[in-house]
Design a protein around this ligand. Structure first.
Ligand code: 5RP
Length: 219
């Protein structure tokens, strides 16, 4: 089974969390794209759908879904999204696709957050995948210097502008032994919109697609 098939089986397994009359949040990325492909099979159960990115909204519309604004629907019952790295404690690095800010908003606004990954994303410790940080453009160099002082090596994601009009710094080689502490510390730096560390609000349920099927990790 290749990684793409593992993403597909994880996406399929997440369908069972979709209950009748639900407000569903949909994340971004290739794993979630599998979910969007099969989402029409549970269309009748979904009251409203909200999206974490322009790309996801576009795909949802192609599948015939009307995408609602978060402000119009209140809290989200269930948010389903992928990740770039995940630990057994369901703490995540996200933002490889650059949609981290809206993803973090939806994760925060959701009663339940189900994360779907293939087994290549499961790690013992976060940080091998460069940590994405969305920054206000004028603060980019200042933020980069701060991150260097924390031991990271920031790389500007050139020619990339987020859905919110901001830039992304990918921080290489940052030691993330205590994800909650690192998330709190980075959040103190002015000019940072969002850090792609999901430690204070981890996934509630992590579905991992691997050779033998799916494994589900919960609290
Ligand atoms: C986008 C994300 C994605 O969830 C993450 O990059 C995983 O993507 P994929 O499913 O394509 O591996 O955080 O900002």
């Amino acid at each position: 089974m290749d990684q793409d098939q593992k993403k597909l089986i994880a996406a399929k397994a997440s369908l069972e969390y979709i209950e009748n009359g639900i407000v569903l949040g949909v994340g971004s990325g290739s794993t979630v794209n599998h979910l969007i492909d099969i989402l029409p099979s549970v269309r009748d159960k979904i009251e409203h759908v909200v999206s974490s990115s322009g790309a996801t909204s576009e795909l949802l519309k192609q599948r015939g879904f009307e995408v609602s604004m978060l402000n119009a629907v209140g809290d989200v019952d269930l948010y389903i999204d992928g990740a770039d790295e995940a630990t057994k404690h369901r703490q995540l690095i996200k933002g490889g696709g650059g949609a981290l800010t809206r993803e973090k908003i939806l994760a925060g606004a959701s009663r339940q957050f189900v994360c779907i990954i293939d087994d290549s994303k499961q790690v013992g410790m976060l940080g091998t995948f460069p940590l994405p940080i969305e920054v206000i453009p004028m603060a980019q160099s200042y933020v980069a210097r701060k991150l260097v002082r924390m031991g990271g090596q920031p790389v500007w994601r050139e020619k990339f502008v987020t859905d919110n009009g901001n830039h992304i710094l990918d921080i290489h080689n940052l030691l993330i032994t205590n994800p909650m502490e690192v998330e709190t510390r980075i959040n103190q730096i002015p000019g940072i919109v969002t850090v792609g560390l999901f430690a204070h609000r981890p996934a509630d349920i992590l579905i991992v697609g691997d050779e033998s099927g799916v494994r589900t990790l919960t609290a």
